[in-house]
Each structure stands twice: as structure tokens, then as C-alpha cells.
Design a protein around this ligand. Structure first.
Ligand code: S3P
Length: 177
């Protein structure tokens, strides 16, 4: 989880390959169910109805088969979502600064919340509101900063390995023959 533009889908997809697990993107599942884009749905039905559907999709996929799940940035807004995600899996928060997100998203037209006059200010507000919620929900916090996607994936795997949640992918020291 993390704010829009933090790399959840890209990092999540690569992580799922390394863990040999299916990958699910909750926004993608929602769009399939809606039959239209999230932006269109926001426009005609409003954010509250979107949040209802988001909650039920998150409930469903977090109860399903083991998978790497990338969640929409607002998935932490409802306490019930936070509780379910934390209890049912290992939650990784990809933490980025609003300025970094703005650099990546300044040309974005897909995300309804950022179609405002001052998207940087909107990202700052979202960060202020949500950073404490992501931290409260996550088992692991990864600062996205400069590293490449592959490095971020390795950082997550290392945390999972250190916590004994996945088997080490390679021996730390190559054994002498
Ligand atoms: C939202 C983030 C979006 C999407 C919807 C609302 C949010 O997902 O769920 O537009 O409230 O931050 P991404 O985080 O993948 O952009």
C-alpha cells in the first residue's frame, strides 16, 4: 500500500514473480467489476459509492488464495479495511514524499483525486492524512526514494526473510566447496 504513484503495482507485480504467487491489483478488480474506469465511476457515482465497492473487493481478495495484492491509495481510509488487511496478510507500505510522487504523476489524467488545480498540494494533504494510517496498518515500511524497482523488491524480500516469513532466496554467504 501507499499513496498514488508510489509504485505499488509495478513493485507488487515483480514481487509476486519472485515469490511465485499470483498478483492482484484491487483497482483493476474494481474496474472489471464496474465495467468502466475508476475516474468515470467517481464522476457519475461519487467517491462514497466507490469506497463501498473498494471495501467489498478488498474484503474478498484478502480472504482468497495467497497472493501479492496492490491496493488503491485510499484503501486505508476505512478502519474496517485497515483491520482486515493487517490481520489477513503482511502489509508493506511504500513510503514516498509528496514531492517525489508529484514528479511521477504530474502528467497523470487517470487519478480522479489529482485532477485539481494544485496536485502537489493535494498530494501533501493526502500524505498528511494518510501517512499515519499506512504506518498503523503496515507490518513493513519501505522508503521508495531513489532505488530502482528491482532494489525495492529486494528490500521487501529481505525484510520478509528476516522476519522468517519467506525462505531465503539465496544463501547470504556462498558456501565454500
Ligand atoms: C485513490 C487511489 C487510486 C484509486 C482511486 C482512489 C485514492 O489508486 O483507487 O483513484 O484515494 O488515493 P492508486 O493508488 O493506485 O492510484
Amino acid at each position: 500500500m501507499g499513496l498514488p504513484g508510489s509504485g505499488k503495482s509495478t513493485v507488487g507485480r515483480q514481487l509476486s514473480r519472485r515469490l511465485q504467487l499470483p498478483f492482484l491489483d484491487s483497482d483493476h478488480v474494481i474496474e472489471q467489476r464496474l465495467g468502466c474506469s475508476i475516474r468515470e465511476y467517481f464522476e457519475h457515482a461519487g467517491e462514497e459509492r466507490f469506497r463501498e465497492i473498494e471495501s467489498s473487493v478488498l474484503d474478498e481478495i484478502s480472504r482468497g488464495e495467497p497472493a501479492v495484492i496492490s491496493t488503491g491509495g485510499g484503501s486505508v481510509l476505512r478502519p474496517m479495511n485497515r483491520q482486515r488487511l493487517r490481520e489477513r496478510g503482511q502489509v508493506v507500505y511504500l513510503r514516498s514524499t509528496p514531492e517525489e510522487l508529484f514528479r511521477r504523476l504530474r502528467h497523470d489524467r487517470k487519478r480522479p483525486l489529482l485532477q485539481v488545480e494544485d496536485p502537489l498540494q493535494r498530494l501533501r494533504d493526502l500524505y498528511e492524512e494518510r501517512d499515519p494510517l499506512y504506518r498503523e496498518t503496515a507490518h513493513f515500511v519501505i522508503e521508495t526514494g531513489r532505488p530502482s524497482v528491482a532494489t525495492l523488491v529486494n528490500m521487501i524480500l529481505m525484510q520478509l526473510e528476516m522476519a522468517g516469513l519467506v525462505a531465503p532466496s539465496q544463501p547470504a554467504v556462498t558456501p565454500k566447496t
